[in-house]
Design a binder for this molecule. Sequence first.
Ligand SMILES: N[C@@H](CCC(=O)N[C@@H](CS)C(=O)NCC(=O)O)C(=O)O
Length: 202
Amino acid sequence: MKLHEAPSPNARRVHIAMAEKGIEIERVAVDIRGGENISAEYLAKNPGGRVPMLELDDGTFIGESVSITRYLDAIGEGASLFGDSPLTQAQIDMWQRRAEFNFLMEVAGAFRNITGFFKDRETCVEAWGVVCAERAPKALTMFDDQLAKTEFLAGDQFSIADITMGVGLDFARAVKVVELPELPNIKRWQDALSARPSFSAS
Ligand SMILES: N[C@@H](CCC(=O)N[C@@H](CS)C(=O)NCC(=O)O)C(=O)O
């Protein structure tokens, strides 16, 4: 297998999953600043035009970091990142989607529209970025309230939801386009995530 990637929060989600599942994968750098990911050759493999992308040994390509993680979860060792029972699967999916749509996507929207990082390939609307930057921190209360009741976002099991939210928070801090309040339960949970080798090494 090969992981086509660039330094990015979505590649980091896959790196954390690889470490959690004990999987090593050859990495291939994709020049996203130079637009390699929107070249005809890349789009033929991944019409989503983004990184990361997993290439299997039989030439199959899987795009989308959560889909790649789901595949690695199924073939790797150890506890599932997506849940074992119908209930845990639904709860993990629910929190994964909330982390992705209510937080990570808002931070990405703020970053992309305020900085114009990819303005060579998309229309950036600064005012929309400001709206995203306002919405991302507002969503945090929901996660903090949940973490007052549970060890991890979806209950007592570390999951893809924690990976998405933890990576989203670190990305928000790194790109500095969103002001984040310090909330006690998120802090307790993030300290626990940082102590995991999968997070600290990625
Ligand atoms: N939903 C996708 C999003 C992937 C994504 O947005 N990747 C960014 C890097 S974090 C990218 O490829 N950016 C290049 C571009 O937008 O042209 C996933 O989870 O993999």
